[in-house]
Ligand binder design. Structure first.
Ligand SMILES: [Zn+2]
Length: 449
């Protein structure tokens, strides 16, 4: 162990101790979740969050704090959605139907139903490919019910999410292609609950825009069972959502200037917007307060970084990515040199490690630091990783990193009404800040060379 490594491990231990004994991120998350709450871009809460973040970073004493303007979509949910399943003995025998109130919520960006709602027979499919097999005759005039589960056998639940989410994202337009009048999509959840999970979707402009909702995994199981038993199922759906005109919003940036290489920027960030149904405590309140905390830990410990550190709280990750796109555009215009961008947008759970998308020399460098992380039980260093907000920096050759907490419980909360402060653990949240801070320490001290 060289003198370097000894100094590094001492600095890392100090930062980690500070995070666990004198942390500020939990209290910040309390405010963001409980005083502001859900904050979709364009909402009044999103502006409260912008002002709060700016003020908080100034109070932390960062060298500079500024707002970065961007135009954002403005979608509103409106009155609570209604989803009633009507179960008949069979498709032919329509006597004495059973009615079930289900737990649904509109997908972000969805159009409303006509006033009074839509009622139509349900056709259940496993995938977008199934639509083609069934053809227009089986689908026209119906409500398509996408019911493919997230694969419980995947150890990283983000992998399972990636393999299931096309039903939500592309399903509505693909169903409309065959004449469907609406879609309901099984929620992106590994387990079974009565919480519907919202999320974004995208219409194809040349196809009819049909209303689309997520249905809880509990209700999806019920409907699936009735359909498999040969019973007739219709669905009545009513939604009041609306897309308003694009509006001006902001990402919030805070900076500690580097002492030796101020032109070399290390970015740590998450997204400030969050879905409207919960408080966005995990997604991505955790990432917001952790990003600010990384810089605060340096400042409060009296450490002046050699390279410039930036906390970036991006606006509009959930339904447009406008903040991330704008940030990359300006970075290019201003010839900024980011030596690394780290995104924390995977929840406030126990840290596991990092993923890095870059060249093999940088990955080898990261691996060479792995022993320094061992005391903190950080063992995972994957050769790929990044994040939605920092993704647009990729074409400028910026090394992209994902901070990776444990993923097992993330999709219990993701995009639901239970993504709330009480479901984030203080210590786990603080360990996340600390883990990023010690990586940022290493990179700010040594660079990638
Ligand atoms: Zn997120």
């Amino acid at each position: 162990v060289g003198v370097h490594a000894q100094n590094d491990s001492v600095m890392m231990a100090n930062l980690y101790r500070k995070a666990l004994t004198d942390g500020k991120c939990y209290q910040a998350l309390d405010y963001l979740s409980n005083k502001i709450g859900g904050r979709l871009s364009g909402s009044p809460q999103s502006y409260q969050a912008i002002h709060w973040a700016e003020k908080t970073m100034k109070e932390f004493g960062f060298d500079s704090v500024w707002l970065q303007p961007c135009m954002v979509p403005h979608w509103v949910r409106g009155a609570k959605e209604k989803g009633i399943a009507i179960i008949y003995k069979t498709n032919k025998n329509l006597e004495i139907p059973k009615k079930l109130e289900t737990h649904i919520c509109a997908l972000g960006g969805s159009v409303a139903t006509p006033k009074g709602g839509i009622m139509a027979p349900v056709v259940m499919v496993d995938s977008i490919q199934d639509l083609q097999k069934l053809g227009r005759k089986a689908i026209e005039g119906k409500i398509v019910f996408f019911n493919r589960r997230m694969d419980e056998a995947q150890i990283n639940t983000f992998d399972a999410y990636g393999r299931a989410v096309d039903q939500r994202w592309a399903g509505p337009s693909e169903a409309a292609r065959y004449g469907a009048v609406a879609t309901i999509c099984r929620s992106m959840e590994v387990g079974i609950s009565k919480h519907p999970h919202t999320g974004s979707m995208r219409y194809i402009d040349s196809l009819p825009k049909i209303p689309c909702a997520a249905i809880s995994t509990y209700d999806a199981e019920e409907l699936g069972k009735y359909i498999k038993e040969g019973m007739g199922v219709s669905f009545e759906i009513e939604m009041h959502c609306q897309t308003l005109a694009d509006t001006l919003s902001y990402s919030v940036v805070g900076e500690l200037k580097g002492t030796e290489h101020p032109e070399e920027i290390i970015l740590v960030g998450g997204h400030l917007d969050a879905w409207d149904n919960g408080d966005g405590a995990h997604d991505d309140g955790a990432g917001v307060v952790q990003s600010m905390e990384v810089l605060r830990l340096f400042k409060a410990s009296g450490i002046k970084p050699k390279r410039t550190l930036r906390a970036v709280l991006f606006m509009n990750e959930e339904n447009g990515l406008r903040g991330g796109k704008k940030y990359a555009e300006l970075a290019k215009e201003n010839h900024e040199k980011h030596i690394c961008a780290i995104e924390t947008d995977a929840g406030g759970h126990t840290p596991r490690g990092f993923g890095l998308t870059s060249d093999s020399a940088k990955y080898q460098k990261l691996l060479s630091w792995a022993p320094l992380f061992k005391p903190y039980h950080i063992y995972e260093f994957e050769p790929h990783g990044g994040g939605a907000d920092i993704g647009p920096l990729k074409e400028q050759g910026v090394p992209l990193m994902a901070y990776m907490p444990d993923s097992q419980r993330y999709f219990d909360y993701h995009h639901t009404e239970i993504d709330k402060f009480e479901n984030v653990n203080k210590r786990e949240l603080e360990m996340g800040s600390a883990t990023m801070a010690i990586f940022v320490w290493l990179l700010s001290a040594h660079g990638w060379e």
